[in-house]
Design a protein around this ligand. Sequence first.
Ligand code: SGN
Ligand code: CA
Length: 519
Amino acid sequence: MNLGKITNGSVVLFCLLILGACQVSIKQKQQEKKPNILFIMSDDHSLQTFSTYDKRFIETPNLDRIGNEGIVFRNSFVTNSICAPSRAVMLTGKHSHENGQINNSVRFNGAQQTFPKLLQQNGYQTSLIGKWHLKSLPTGFDNYEVLIGQGDYYNSNFIHNGDTISSDGYVTNIITDKSIDWLENRESDKPFCLLVHHKATHRIWQPDTALFDLFKGIEFDVPETFFDNYEGRRAAAEQNMSISKDMDLVYDLKLLDEAGDIQTKYRANYAYMLSKLTDEQRKAWDKEYDPIIADFKRKGLKGKELDLYKYQRYMQDYLRCVASVDNNVGRLLTYLEQNGELDNTLIVYTSDQGFYMGEHGWFDKRFMYEQSLRTPLVMRYPKLIKPNSQSHKLVQNIDYAPTFLELAGLDMPNDIQGKSLVTLFKDEQSGWRDAIYYHYYEYPNEHMVKRHYGIRTNRYKLIHFYDDIDQWELYDLVDDPDEMINIFHDSGMQPMVKKLKKQLNELQVAYGDVDLATY
Ligand code: SGN
Ligand code: CA
């Protein structure tokens, strides 16, 4: 017997077995590796200006890529269409009356349960970069770099883990730079949860000077409801968010003429914005807007012509802000791809709510009407989501926290009010909610949108405006998708009114929002 031969063979066999075992365990480890979470959100980004949802105004290829390679939620809504409340809803998975953030004025109670805290306690490295707007300092993050309040579009200050720091450049680029920098230097043995929360596309829609060439000479289609007279809708008639009467030529539309012929209530606000620009940025700014100002003065527009001019000016700057978000989301996707993390990361893109792009003659949000009740929502995670998936189920921003917790393999706290969207990642989508609940509280305030709550089913929407008004509205979203005809008082609709009021009441009881006098 050749002992040497046997010994060599055994050693080879032994090594192969060990190698095989190692490979199995690496594979197992990879399979067990928890997904990273990249949660990208813009501020006030409308579905109308995101080409996954609407191709009339802009192409957003990088944002589209997320949904094309993942899932597009076609019926995605908020619970309270305003910034700080939406953020609190997403962090907690609970409606505003439960998490306490009913409007932009109150301070977020950072001691309560949030998904970043739960992820952090369970081995995730957590980071938040960009807009926060919750007044109290962020909790549950290993790292945070947040704008102060609304922040500035140019050269904005940030609070970095408690310290105020300055920045040089355009805020959407800066937030992305900081995000990539954090990813580059994170603890790579831990899964990450990174919240990239943009300031754009918030008022006053200041574009990156590098994108001034976009949308020049384009005439945007005007929404059919632009000259709405609000008949039968008192709350809609009494708001202060109209392009015609509330959008400022100087502050919102940048038409500051040296002679002061163009009147403004917001000179100080605009002067502050200009003071933030460097000499070079200011030069580019004036080069863009001076000819527009001269042309505007020459035209001498009035009445409806002036309103339509304002709409065009608004759209041009807003869309440039969207284009910058799209480019910067592309940068993040490329970074993940180049670093081998793309397919192990749940990528989410959404906004804190939708926005009016001239529908009903408006900008801003707040109302339970479709444009601001809806919010874009796309997700990509190829391990569980097939490319080109769609869901038409009624989902809401209370559902994000439970989705992240389920994907991270954590037990679901029983006080969370949302439902994990993971069940909707599959082709078979059954057993979901058949109605959503909404409640808006910020009145009296800047845009004077009355307090209201309501229910939306697949076909109907019932709204009750209350406080200093007591008005009900009912819309049939199939026959009247633009919500122009309040059919609440139609005699033929009374059985439906009764049914929806009952369903609304059941939702209020289920979510614990029964005592309106509390707020
Ligand atoms: C600011 C804006 C408002 C906007 C609120 C809330 N005015 O106050 O137009 O509705 O924010 O927006 S501005 O003169 O400061 O631009 S939110 O998205 O933060 O809720
Ligand atoms: Ca917002």
